[in-house]
Design a protein around this ligand. Structure first.
Ligand code: GLC
Length: 744
């Protein structure tokens, strides 16, 4: 439809019909088109359902076509509904969790993963995905770190923009086949809850918010994301969903976002619990004034907006402004011409889990794994010579997708055991579970309880299982111990105050290490964990996160060396939970400390652990070794408007081909405010054969040096800068240059 036709449609709509467009019904609110259970209890009527503008978490081409057809027949203007869902890392073909995708340091790969997810979900009738989640994270206690791409503003910006391109296409033509409208979330600062406890208070200075947390949101908006979702948290003690300044001045004003703003799940209603709305009516008023267009999964708008207008407390123009944005989004998706868009059962059958998608998921998984330790080059395994015992609760476990894989079937997942047997049928292998994923009796929450094999239901059985595993280990040259945290221990609402592995798994690890020292731990999970025990007993540690549908094939191919590990950590691993928050781009403090924490007293340090993380941001090993030359600069002075180049020569000094992620960090040594000790400002992956070398060059321009200065102005300041280039954020391979502001 033409724009004028949309405004004409709007002019023909009643107030109820305009408000209906702002009402979103979750799947369980309706059955055969009528209000059921929770909806009826919330006072939602069939008439409300009839006017609803969008639907949440319903999928399937056949079902969506039926609901859409029925809805349009009943709607006075036959306006189609939007169908929205959480397609976070895949629909039926599940990719690694976003934190793992961040570890690929490969935006093109992440873009491809998003495009495949879009093709599958669009064929299943979905129009909007609630992704990318672009929240910067620094606290592994928070369960949703698995959904982010990590602790760095620059990496997160690259990844959030890549996901938007993947879902919407580079030209953002949403009506094209296989495209989804992307919804950036959660605006803003949701990733910094106090204590790492989900939904908790967020206290960020405006400078930290803007310099560290905003860049990834800005990148997604700049890439053209069609929607933004409000966050549950407060900022400056104001809940985002009622924060008029944040939404109208910052998001829509400064960032020029003109798409649809949707609340998070029932977050409009939560303004009451936050204590800024006395009742539902006030909650509705605050949210619509803040510019929240759609009230997700709550009846607040549908029940109160009409009365607010009729009582003269709310100008109808505010309703019309939101309704117009929703109708415009539907029009951009082409729904007025084709209300079913890509919903097509034949396409579903052909696309979902097709070989090409599985292969892409496997490649993404392979690139997301991070080799954290490899003493005595125990890895890769030798296909013929090594007898390998695969032991642990993740050896034969199909629950290896992230907690947002809610539309996928775990039965489609390839386990480690299947991956090894299918890819290396001639290898000498043994298998044993050893212990359950979680300690007997530990509560596993989650809207999809993983009915995993409960092999243990008593201490006696646990003893027997461990002894059997120890015997299996005794018969092998090497042990691959597949350990980790249950997927329902990360994700939404899954914060933990401890980061250790379950005690039954640590028991298994210790018992096996007594009988066989050649242990490689393959670690599953959705967050950085406390790996001190694993490091004490294992010669190798491979972090595989929650690798998705093709996890077992990817892990097997990496373990046996057909593929070399190349992942780099997108989030620091702390020594222990007491070290949190720990992140590489920290401030220097007035008492920086790099000495012996046991000896020197008056420095910013702990008495019981070092300041450095256990594994640093950007860190990861390969099956070969690389050497870097010193950093060289094309010039030692940078004038505004010019570009200088920092380069190194990287050489593969090992015996195998490998892929190195070369990283460039910049440090502003003196500015009007304290600046991070370094900030990632460039990275590139190079694959080199043994003895091969290549020159890697990074452009440096003045805009890379900008920050919010003492007056909160976003600009660079003249002075001396350090440029580091190396394999991770701990590198000291550096050079210096001076920024001079050209006199205009
Ligand atoms: C949840 C999440 C959000 C998700 C939404 C819809 O509470 O916070 O990320 O997209 O509800 O499921």
């Amino acid at each position: 439809m033409q724009e004028k036709e949309i405004t004409s449609l709007l002019s023909q709509m009643s107030l109820e019909e305009k408000i209906g467009e702002l009402f979103q019904i979750p799947a369980y609110f309706i059955a055969d088109g009528n209000a059921t259970g929770p909806a009826a209890e919330l006072g939602i009527t069939d008439d409300d359902i009839r006017l609803a503008g969008s639907c949440l978490s319903i999928t399937g081409a056949k079902k969506i076509r039926e609901i859409q057809r029925d809805h349009m027949e009943k709607h006075p203007h036959h306006i189609p509904m939007l169908f929205m869902a959480d397609i976070i890392n895949g629909y039926h073909t599940v990719f690694p969790i976003p934190l793992a995708q961040g570890c690929t340091f490969n935006p093109a790969l992440v873009e491809k993963a998003a495009s495949i997810a879009a093709r599958e979900a669009a064929a299943a009738g979905i129009h909007v995905t609630f992704s990318p989640m672009a929240d910067l994270v620094r606290d592994a206690r928070w369960g949703r770190v698995m959904e982010s791409t990590g602790e760095d503003p620059y990496l997160n910006s690259q990844m959030s923009a890549a996901m938007v391109r993947g879902y919407q296409g580079v030209k953002n033509k949403l009506a094209e086949k296989g495209k989804l409208a992307a919804c950036l979330k959660h605006f803003a600062g949701y990733g910094a809850p106090q204590g790492g406890r989900d939904y908790n208070t967020v206290e960020l200075s405006d400078r930290t918010l803007r310099d560290d947390y905003m860049p990834a949101y800005q990148a997604a908006v700049k890439a053209g994301c069609a929607l933004v979702m409000t966050s549950f948290n407060t900022l400056n003690r104001i809940p985002s969903t009622g924060n008029r300044h944040l939404m109208r001045d910052v998001l829509r004003g400064e960032m020029c976002f003109n798409g649809v703003l949707i609340s998070d799940w029932a977050a409009v209603n939560e303004l009451i619990f936050h204590g800024i709305a006395a009742d539902e009516k006030e909650a509705a008023l605050l949210a619509i004034r803040a510019g929240v267009d759609i009230d997700m999964a709550s009846p607040i708008y549908i029940k109160h907006l009409k009365q607010l207008v009729e009582q003269g407390m709310l100008p109808e123009e505010l309703i019309e402004e939101s309704t117009l944005r929703v109708l415009t989004l539907k029009n951009r998706l082409g729904l007025f011409e084709n209300p079913y868009k890509d919903a097509n059962e034949k396409d579903e059958q052909e696309l979902l889990l097709c070989e090409a998608h599985r292969e892409a998921a496997r490649k993404c998984a392979e690139e997301s794994f991070v080799l954290l330790k490899n003493e005595d080059s125990i890895l890769p395994l030798h296909k013929e010579n090594d007898t390998v015992a695969f032991i642990g609760p993740f050896t034969d476990n199909q629950f290896i997708c992230g907690s947002w894989s809610i539309f996928a079937d775990d039965a489609d997942c390839v386990t480690v055991k299947s991956g090894v047997q299918e890819n290396y049928p001639c290898s000498k292998v043994l298998f044993s579970d050893g212990c359950p994923t979680t300690d007997p009796g530990e509560i596993i929450q989650g809207f999809q309880k993983s009915p995993e094999k409960e092999i243990i239901d008593s201490d006696l059985k646990l003893e027997q299982a461990i002894q059997e595993a120890v015997q299996t280990a005794a018969a092998a040259d090497k042990v691959v111990l597949c350990l980790g945290e249950h997927r329902e221990l990360t994700g939404e609402g899954a914060s933990r105050a401890s980061l250790t592995l379950p005690s039954c798994q640590l028991r298994l690890l210790k018992e096996i290490s007594r009988i066989n020292p050649n242990i490689c731990v393959v670690l599953f999970g959705g967050r950085p964990l406390d790996l001190r025990e694993a490091d004490r007993h294992a010669k190798a540690i491979l972090e595989v996160w929650l690798p998705g549908t093709e996890g077992g094939n990817a892990i097997a191919r990496i373990l046996y060396g057909d593929i070399s590990p190349s992942g780099r950590l997108a989030m620091s691993f702390p020594w222990c939970v007491g070290q949190i928050p720990v992140h590489y781009n920290h401030m220097n403090t007035g008492r920086p400390f790099s000495g012996d924490f046991r000896l020197e007293r008056f420095g910013s340090k702990y008495l019981d652990i070092p300041n450095e993380p256990f594994y640093a941001f950007g860190y990861g090993l390969t099956y070969t070794t690389f050497v870097y030359s010193a950093v060289s600069l094309s010039q030692n002075r940078l004038q505004t408007g010019e570009t200088i180049f920092a380069s190194v020569r990287v050489t593969n000094t090992g015996k195998r081909t490998g892929t190195e992620t070369v990283q460039m960090y910049l440090h502003d040594t003196a500015a009007s405010v304290a600046r991070p000790v370094r900030e990632l400002k460039g990275f590139t992956k190079v694959t080199l054969n043994p003895e091969e070398s290549t020159k890697v060059c990074f452009p440096i321009t003045e805009d890379l040096l900008r920050f919010h200065d003492i007056n909160m102005e976003y600009k660079s300041e003249p002075g001396i800068f350090e440029v580091f280039i190396g394999p991770d954020s701990a590198t000291n391979n550096k050079a210096e240059f001076e920024l001079c502001h050209s006199i205009k």
